[in-house]
Design a protein around this ligand. Structure first.
Ligand code: TXA
Ligand code: MG
Length: 318
C-alpha cells in the first residue's frame, strides 16, 4: 500500500477513504490521530494491528460538536455538559457512560467511553461529512513518541495506512487532558493543556488530580511516549556534571547551561505552552541523531507543567 499525503483541502478524499473502511491519519490540535469510522468494526481492528496496540486499550471517539454527545453517551451530567460547552472544541476528553450501540472494541469492554470534539478545522470538516464519529488514537506505534507533523506519522506508518491529511504542525503538541466524569467527583486521568485549575474554575468545585488507577489509560502506563535512545530526566547541575564524563549525547534544556564539545544542545522554550508544542518534535529530532543518550532538563515543578512532566517521566528510563 502507498500512503498518500493529502493536502488539507482534500477533505472529500479523506472522507471517501474512511467510508471505505481505510485508515487515515488526521490532524488535531493536540497530535495527529490514526482515524477510522467508529461504526466499521474491521476498520477499528486495523487500528490495533497497525499500532501494535492491545485490544483492551480503549480508543477516544471524536465527534463534531457537543450537540451529539447524548447520541453516544447516557446520563451525561450537567457538569460534563458545562465542561463541553466551555472547552469544546478543544483538548479535553471526557469519560462518560456509553450507550449500548457503541462497539465494545472501541471501549475495550468498559461501560464508559472517552469522547472529545477536536479543535482543528480540517478534522472538524471530515467529522461533519462522515456523520458517524471517528475513533483515533495517536498515529504512532504503541508506546512510542506521538506525531505532531505528517512526517512523524510517515516515519512509523508509511505503507501501513491509506493517507495522511497534512495540516502542518499541531498547535498544542501534547495529547488531550482526560477527565473521568462518571465518578461522584471528577478525576483527571491524563494531564494536558487544560489544567485542573482551569476545570475547577468552570465547575466551581474541587476535582481530583492524576492518580494511579485501574483503567488502561496512558496515565496508568509506566512506559509510554518512548524514543529509541534512552532518555534521562536530570537537573541542569546533574547534566553539567555528567557532560564532563559522557559524550556523544543530546541535551534538551530550557535554562542557561555551560556547554561542552561532543554534545548536541537543543534549546527548548521557557514558556510552558511553547514547550509543549515543541516537545514531541524535539524528541523525534533528537532520537534521529547519531547520539547514545538523550538528557532532558527536568521541567519546573508546577501543576501548569503537569502535562509535559507526565510525558517526560513516561519517556524516561526508570
Ligand atoms: O489528544 C488526544 O487525545 C489524541 C488525539 C488524536 O485526539 N488521542 C489520543 O489517543 O491521545 P490515545 O489512544 O493515544 O490515548 C487515549 C487514551 C488511552 O490511554 C486510553 O486508554 C484512554 O484514552 N481511554 C479511552 N477510553 C477510555 C475509558 N473508557 N476509560 C478510561 N480511559 C480511556
Ligand atoms: Mg497515544
Amino acid at each position: 500500500m502507498r500512503t498518500q499525503i493529502l493536502k488539507k483541502n482534500q477533505i472529500d478524499e479523506a472522507v471517501a477513504l474512511l467510508k471505505k473502511g481505510e485508515l487515515v491519519a488526521l490532524p488535531t490540535e493536540t497530535v495527529y490521530g490514526l482515524a477510522a469510522d467508529a461504526y466499521n468494526e474491521n476498520a477499528i481492528r486495523k487500528i490495533f494491528s497497525v499500532k501494535g496496540r492491545p485490544e483492551n486499550h480503549p480508543l477516544i471517539l471524536h465527534i463534531d460538536s457537543c450537540d451529539s454527545v447524548d447520541f453516544y453517551a447516557k446520563n451525561v451530567s450537567v457538569y460534563a455538559k458545562k465542561l463541553a460547552d466551555f472547552f469544546w472544541p478543544g483538548p479535553l476528553t471526557m469519560i462518560l457512560n456509553k450507550k449500548e450501540s457503541i462497539n465494545n472494541l472501541i471501549t475495550g469492554g468498559l461501560n464508559t467511553i472517552a469522547i472529545r470534539v477536536p479543535n482543528n478545522t480540517a478534522m472538524l470538516e471530515v467529522l461533519k461529512k462522515m456523520k458517524n464519529g471517528i475513533v483515533a488514537p495517536s498515529a504512532n506505534f504503541y508506546q512510542k513518541i506521538s506525531p505532531t507533523r505528517p512526517m512523524h506519522v510517515i516515519k512509523n506508518l508509511d505503507g501501513k495506512i491509506s493517507a495522511v491529511l497534512d495540516d502542518g504542525g499541531c498547535a498544542v503538541g501534547i495529547e488531550s487532558t482526560i477527565i473521568d466524569m462518571t465518578k461522584d467527583v471528577p478525576v483527571i486521568l491524563r494531564p494536558g493543556a487544560i489544567t485542573k485549575e482551569m476545570i475547577e474554575n468552570v465547575l466551581m468545585f474541587e476535582i481530583k488530580s492524576p492518580v494511579m488507577h485501574a483503567e488502561k489509560v496512558s496515565g496508568n502506563m509506566k512506559n509510554h511516549y518512548q524514543p529509541e535512545k534512552p532518555l534521562f530526566l536530570l537537573t541542569v547541575k546533574q547534566i553539567e556534571r555528567l557532560s564532563m564524563e559522557e559524550n556523544n549525547s543530546a541535551i534538551m534544556h530550557y535554562s542557561e547551561i555551560s556547554k561542552n564539545s561532543g554534545f548536541f544542545y537543543y534549546r527548548m522554550p521557557k514558556d510552558k505552552k511553547q514547550y509543549a508544542k515543541k516537545l514531541y518534535f524535539a524528541l523525534h529530532e533528537l532520537d534521529s541523531l547519531d547520539v547514545k543518550k538523550i538528557f532532558v532538563e527536568i521541567p519546573p515543578d508546577s501543576t501548569e507543567w503537569g502535562g509535559v512532566m507526565d510525558r517526560l517521566v513516561k519517556a524516561a528510563v526508570k
